[in-house]
Write a protein that binds this ligand. Structure first.
Ligand code: BG6
Ligand code: MG
Length: 216
């Protein structure tokens, strides 16, 4: 029996991946590195600094920057990204999210957020759903990013449930690996990527029945 739901944010609750891409592409262009949407897929679920590392490696420029310079580049990308987030409203919730969260609330199912994004609380505020999550894991407190299970294990602990009592929701391959490594039931929210290893894949959250998930 399941007792709690743990959600990734970007790509599951709202489509911020497109803004991450715009901001990374702008920075990469300035650095003389050409990235495309296909490359962007591998950045999903990956922390800000690790995403920068992947871009620099892809462009063969990883060794050209010091740690301090890389931090400044990541900060520059984030300033652009946060600018793009300013106009987010509840209308930017992905289809089916509101209905699913309402159904979970009606059954008193505790919900948490396990996102690598340090902008998570700001985004949830903009979307008008921050209060619906009793736990929002702070990714800066974690040692390892997805695909390590740490962030999902922390969310379960903070929700006061066992990992085996949690259902995790993810749109990124690294996130599905993290959920399964945590010993949870994994729901894949399908985008272009094939989400191998998920227990179940849907294209929108309201295809799911809260009762059926709790009975897993
Ligand atoms: C994840 C996104 O949710 O958060 C990644 O899928 C992103 O693309 C990561 O790099 C970190 O986000 P932020 O907002 O802290 O730069
Ligand atoms: Mg995601």
């Amino acid at each position: 029996m399941k007792k709690g739901f743990i959600f990734d944010l970007d790509g599951v609750i709202t489509d911020t991946a497109k803004y991450h891409y715009v901001a990374w592409k702008q920075l990469a262009d300035e650095l003389g590195i050409s990235i495309d949407l296909k490359f962007n897929e591998q950045l999903k679920g990956i922390s800000r600094i690790d995403s920068l590392e992947r871009i620099l490696e892809y462009g063969g420029k990883s060794k050209q920057y010091s740690t301090a310079e890389k931090e400044a580049l990541a900060e520059k990308k984030n300033t652009e990204y946060v600018q793009l987030l300013q106009d987010l409203t509840p209308a930017d919730l992905l289809p089916g999210v509101e209905a699913f969260l309402q159904a979970a609330a009606a059954k008193n199912v505790p919900c948490g957020i396990a996102s690598a994004s340090k902008n998570g609380p700001f985004i949830l505020e903009k979307l008008g759903i921050k209060e619906q999550f009793s736990v929002i894991v702070d990714p800066s407190l974690l040692k390892k990013g997805k695909p390590d299970p740490e962030i999902f294990l922390r969310a379960a602990k903070d929700l006061g449930i066992e990992p085996s009592e949690a259902v995790g929701f993810e749109d990124a391959p690294a996130g599905i690996v993290a959920i399964k490594a945590a010993g949870m039931y994994a729901v894949g929210v399908q985008t272009e990527e094939v989400l191998e290893g998920a227990d179940q894949v849907v294209s929108r959250l309201d295809e799911l029945s809260v009762d059926e998930l709790l009975a897993k």
